[in-house]
Design a protein around this ligand. Sequence first.
Ligand SMILES: [Zn+2]
Length: 213
Amino acid sequence: MINSSWETPQIDDIKGYLDILHITHMWGISAGFKYAINSLNKYSMRSAYKIHLVCRYGIPEWIAVPVRVLLRLPLKDLTEDDYNHLGYDVFSKLALGKENIQAMRRKLAFFAPYPNTDDAPHCSNPERCKKAWYRAWGLDLFRLIHHPSDHLSFCDVIFTLRNMKDSNMHPECRNFVIDWVEESCPGLQKEEHVIRQVVASIQDHARIHMIVD
Ligand SMILES: [Zn+2]
């Protein structure tokens, strides 16, 4: 069981690999356990179920993607099975992360950052540029950040700003302001920071159950 037999088992469904995962974890057979993990990578499963496996069998390398998916998913889309699979500890970490991110989004979307234009490149009409910026932020970016089903992540804000078409702002001023936001707006890193914190805390939880070689 421990040797090369892992390479050619007669298994063609997810349940078979889950059984191998369970048994090899129980007996601490790391070669078979790795085989089960690699095989299960071919199957899609609900994020909550994947997190359940992560915590039960100690698979920290699986955690990042389902956490990111669940942090974006509205709670109303979770099924009863999802809640059961997450359990109270993981669910509360996710819910807290979601709440933190929501608070940051509201803040960033509402308060458009704008630099001190004393340092701005020469512009014949700085007031017009400033108004155009606030307008673009308030109408376009606000809507993208708060999109109900597919909202814009903070890490994509700069890219989106650079690709937004706004003819009312002098291109040089626009680049100046976007460069400034990229360099000076610490809020843009905060969402990613919260996501990584949630990932790390669930990983810590999962490590307790890892097979020790
Ligand atoms: Zn300008």
